[in-house]
Design a protein around this ligand. Structure first.
Ligand SMILES: [Zn+2]
Length: 88
C-alpha cells in the first residue's frame, strides 16, 4: 500500500449546499439569499420565500469557519450573489 502520494489527511469540510435550512416558523426550506465573508467565519443568510414569514423576522444566519468552508473556496470571489442556484 502506497499511501504517500495519496492526499494528506485533512479535516472533513463543510459544503453549505449540502445543508438544508428549514424555518422553525413555517417549516419550509429557506433559500440562501446572501453570503458575507467574515473574519474567521463566512456568514450565509437564509430566508423564507413565501408569504407566511417576514424575512427580517425569520431569516437564519449560518456561520461556517472559513477553513472548513468548501463552498466559499470553490467560489472565492462570491461573485455569484445567489445566482449559483444551478450546478454546484
Ligand atoms: Zn418561515
Amino acid at each position: 500500500m502506497d499511501v504517500n502520494d495519496v492526499k494528506t489527511e485533512t479535516e472533513p469540510m463543510i459544503n453549505i449546499r449540502d445543508l438544508s435550512i428549514r424555518c422553525g416558523c413555517c417549516e419550509t426550506y429557506q433559500t440562501l439569499s446572501s453570503y458575507a465573508p467574515g473574519d474567521g467565519y463566512n456568514v450565509y443568510t437564509y430566508e423564507c420565500e413565501n408569504d407566511t414569514c417576514r424575512p427580517e423576522q425569520t431569516r437564519t444566519l449560518v456561520e461556517v469557519p472559513v477553513v472548513l468552508d468548501l463552498f466559499a473556496q470553490r467560489h472565492p470571489e462570491s461573485g455569484c450573489d445567489g445566482g449559483c442556484g444551478t450546478g454546484g
